[in-house]
Ligand binder design. Structure first.
Ligand code: ATP
Ligand code: MG
Ligand code: FE
Length: 336
């Protein structure tokens, strides 16, 4: 089964052709970063317009690189939410039109389910049940993937998402958007023990909180600035990254220790922040210590892409879950 998928939930216009949910035949990502960098973040109106201009071209390129015509495709898939409403609508309308014109079935995909499914592409043998830490620009979730398309939310952030915290900290250091990857790079040259940042406190055992950490970081930066000191940016970046990743892995470790890992096939990372080098190292160390297999998407499948949407769509299609031509964008769609 070959699926042509489109992702437009935020600032990437991305399309892919995926075979049986596991094999990438093509994966085209057109990033709008250049357009938004000037404003220090994603501007929704600009994103929608750019998606509209890029959709057809990116879809055509995905077909061309897969060496296929639309007629050889079995189904179409599109991200229906969560994300920016205008950005989502552009993709949904594009694929509804194509599905109607070509007479192909259409699948609406949850973007977060897509991030989780990136692991099915990088690890063709991975099967549920497994535990997954979804860390992206808008989410920090600990989820049990009980089966394809079946999830249980075990923990989540009570304020900022991890990616959002990285982006805000980066901005305090004067780094351009998107800050996460830039902080990560800078941190490689810094001392992670240079600055002590507080450990977040939450009521829920497996819940996250990053806003206190972010505020403490900003206070540290402002104090240094007020003293007229040159910012030790690499040390600051390394200390912040260490604090965030420690928090991410500590809660996951607690969960794995308390609930046991029996019955789970492994622990997985997903979402843009799973590209973070320190998080990947700390997760590897943790899984080695707990003797549980670790799964991570390849770097290019961590951030938004069309391939992950095509993988998720395959399992929905297998369950007969098709979308009608009344499919609408769902900006606040939840995983569970
Ligand atoms: P969501 O998936 O929750 O709807 P999104 O699609 O905007 O949000 P992603 O594309 O999954 O998020 O991830 C982007 C986020 O990941 C940004 O916040 C970015 O800064 C962060 N990010 C990407 N690479 C890294 C990295 N190496 N280290 C830290 N953060 C990173
Ligand atoms: Mg993005
Ligand atoms: Fe995303």
């Amino acid at each position: 089964v070959r699926i042509l998928s489109l992702e437009t939930s935020c600032d990437e216009t991305a399309a892919a052709v995926i075979e049986n949910g596991r094999k990438i035949l093509s994966n085209v990502v057109f990033s709008q970063i250049d357009l938004h960098e000037l404003y220090g973040g994603v501007v929704p109106e600009i994103a929608s317009r750019a998606h509209m201009e890029a959709c057809d071209r990116v879809v055509d390129q995905a077909l061309r690189e897969a060496g296929m015509s639309l007629q050889e495709i079995d189904a179409l898939a599109v991200t229906k939410g969560p994300g920016l409403v205008g950005a989502l609508l552009t993709g949904v309308n594009c694929m509804k039109g194509l599905a109607f014109a070509a007479g192909k079935p259409l699948v609406g995909v949850n973007h977060i389910e897509g991030h989780v499914s990136a692991n099915y592409l990088s690890h063709p043998d991975l099967e549920p049940p497994f535990l997954c830490l979804v860390v992206s620009g808008g989410h920090s979730h600990l989820v049990e993937v009980s089966d394809y398309g079946t999830y249980r939310l075990l923990g989540q952030t009570v304020d900022d998402a991890a990616g959002e915290a990285f982006d805000k900290a980066a901005r305090a250091l004067g780094l351009p958007y998107p800050g996460g990857p830039r902080i990560d790079k800078l941190a490689e040259e810094g001392n992670p023990e240079a600055f002590t940042l507080p450990s977040p406190k939450t009521d829920g055992r497996y819940d996250y909180s990053f806003s206190g950490l972010k505020t403490a970081f900003m206070n540290t930066v402002h104090t240094l600035e007020q003293r007229g000191e040159t910012l030790p940016k690499a040390d600051l970046a390394a200390s912040f990254r260490r604090a965030v990743c420690r928090e991410l892995t500590n809660k996951a470790r607690l969960l794995l220790q308390e609930r046991g890992r029996d019955g789970y096939n492994g622990f997985a990372l997903a979402g843009g922040v799973s590209a973070n080098r320190e998080l990947r190292r700390m997760a590897s160390a943790m899984c080695e210590e707990l003797k549980i297999p670790l799964f991570m998407p390849e770097l290019h499948l961590c951030t938004d892409n069309g391939a992950m949407i095509g993988s998720a769509a395959y399992y929905r299609l297998r369950n007969g879950e098709l979308a009608g031509l009344d499919l609408n964008a769902m900006p606040a769609l939840r995983l569970v």
